[in-house]
Design a protein around this ligand. Structure first.
Ligand code: GLN
Length: 185
């Protein structure tokens, strides 16, 4: 199995390291060619406006918008997967029928860590939230996998999985494993 990690900006090295820990070959993806032979793609956290702009600039947007590749978006990656972003027209893939609110936790709680129970996972995961979004609307095809304080923080639709927090910044590999097992197959 070979899994790509979008490596335009943000925390892609940490995802590469997590894949390595799971014994899965990772490939840094910057151009459309890099997608050849990958069976899934991780969209890392970072700055969603920058990632969206660079995706278009590097000619990746069209290839990815087809939606045939399983994708796992974390934090900014979740934002990039969403159809609607509150108050923003920034470029996105829009593969998931949902609305996200960027930087939802505001200044008071810009970053925090908390345990999150994700349905289908045996143990709670340590959620590292950094200027994290939440999902404020989901279409009928979206499955909600976890909430924190009532807000949706992990969900999936079709071939896409999204989390508002950063599983790659901990040594907990449960969510990556879920992605590999259930989405990449
Ligand atoms: N706040 C960032 C954004 O809107 C996401 C932060 C992150 O990925 N840690 O893109």
């Amino acid at each position: 199995m070979r899994v790509g990690v979008l490596a335009l900006q943000g925390a892609f090295r940490e995802h590469m390291a997590t894949l390595a820990r799971l014994g899965v070959e990772g490939r840094e993806v910057r151009r459309a060619d890099d997608l050849d032979g990958v069976q899934g793609l991780i969209l890392p956290g970072g700055e969603s406006t920058t990632i969206g702009m660079l995706m278009a600039e590097y000619g990746l947007e069209d290839a990815l918008k087809q939606g045939s590749l399983p994708m796992f978006g974390t934090c900014a990656g979740m934002i990039v997967l969403a159809q609607e972003i509150v108050g923003s027209t920034q470029p996105r893939l829009g593969l998931m029928d949902m609305t996200v609110d960027r930087n939802h936790y505001g200044r008071q709680r810009e970053s925090f860590e908390t345990e999150v129970a994700v349905s289908g996972l045996e143990h709670q995961v340590r959620g590292v939230f950094i200027r994290a979004p939440v999902v404020t609307r989901t279409g009928p095809g979206v499955e909600i996998l976890a909430r924190h304080d009532g807000e949706i923080v992990v969900c999936s639709e079709g071939r896409c999985l999204a989390s508002a927090f950063h599983p790659e910044l901990t040594d907990d590999t449960q969510l990556h494993r879920l992605f590999l097992d259930r989405f990449v197959g």
